[in-house]
Design a protein around this ligand. Structure first.
Ligand SMILES: Cc1ncc(COP(=O)(O)O)c(C=O)c1O
Length: 297
């Protein structure tokens, strides 16, 4: 394991030193943003896409950069290298920084960068799950499109799901359309074989979901699906779909077999979810350099 902190200006592998200051406004005011990239076979998957999203989130949250983009990128790669971890994930935060215990960030002289390597299994399982409609209010679009550290609604949505024997809760947006899960996007395959996903204008623009949209073109060529559509998905359309799936860096593509009381399709893991899982895994293991950054250990 390893952690980088711009506060101490380096990487540590000593867990006792993996700390952040209490007066960092990310700790006591939630003024920070973060992102996560998977580590697969000694490569960072979609590092640049996740880094771009981090910088967009930081800009929306009015957090300056402690270093330029290429320095941040090198720090992240070097942190994974120092950890010697070849399977897992890298999570990193940009914070408005330490300074005081006020609300205003005007007393924080310098933004901070933290990164941590989390060892993990090589691949998540592909077993189908049950989901429920979340009763926890989802964030307003302005906050949902940036990956800020306020994940209390997300955490409570997950707790609510677990209390009800489900994997996660699905959020509906302010118009009642399908939005997203607490740390994943949602997609469907309609009866007329269309892969359908909600727009990214009120939810987090998922790097995995966006990659799925590109790789799924192959399934059109193979006749497995007839088209791909981004748009409003009503609850009724979602529940009537042949397949429903969750998509995100942690789970890759996970079939949903039941939503609330409603069985999805034939209640079994579907072929499109399986094919998309395989396409992403193949991309993680042998995709182009634009999505696979080697870590020099
Ligand atoms: C709220 C939310 N939606 C969607 C996603 C999926 O994004 P990604 O595929 O980049 O992991 C995440 C990931 O953490 C998330 O937190």
């Amino acid at each position: 394991m390893a952690m980088f902190s711009s506060i101490f200006g380096g990487i540590t592998t000593d867990p006792a030193a993996m700390v952040i200051p209490m007066d960092d406004h990310m700790v006591h005011r939630g003024h920070g943003v973060f992102d996560t990239a998977a580590i697969m076979d000694g490569h960072l998957y979609e590092l640049d896409q996740h880094l771009d999203r981090l910088l967009r989130s930081a800009s929306m949250a009015k957090i300056g950069l402690p270093f330029d983009r290429s320095t941040i990128r090198n720090i992240l790669i070097n942190t994974v290298s120092a950890s010697k971890c070849t399977q897992g994930s890298l999570r990193y935060w940009l914070s408005v920084g330490p300074g005081d215990f006020q609300l205003s960030s005007s007393g924080c002289p310098k933004p901070a960068l933290y990164a941590i390597v989390i060892e993990g299994r090589s691949l998540p399982d592909q077993k189908g799950v049950r989901v429920i409609t979340s009763s926890i209010p989802m964030k307003s679009p302005e906050f949902a499109i940036m990956k800020n550290v306020n994940y209390l609604p997300n955490a409570l949505s997950k707790v609510e799901a677990e209390e009800n024997g489900a994997f996660v809760g699905i959020w509906l947006d302010n118009e009642g359309y399908v939005a997203e899960g607490p740390n994943m996007n949602v997609a469907f395959v309609t009866a007329d074989k269309e892969l359908m996903m909600p727009h990214f204008d009120k939810i987090l623009s998922g790097c995995t979901a966006k990659r799925v949209l590109v790789l799924a073109e192959k399934l059109i060529g193979e006749g497995m699906i007839d088209g791909i559509r981004l748009g409003n998905v009503s609850v009724e359309q979602g529940k009537m779909a042949d397949e429903m799936m969750l998509i995100g860096s942690g789970i890759i593509v996970k079939p949903v077999l039941q939503w609330d009381k409603h069985i999805i399709g034939d209640g079994k893991e579907g072929p499109v979810a399986k094919a998309l899982f395989d396409l992403i895994v193949e991309d993680m293991q042998s995709g182009p350099a634009s999505v696979r950054v080697p870590v020099p250990y």
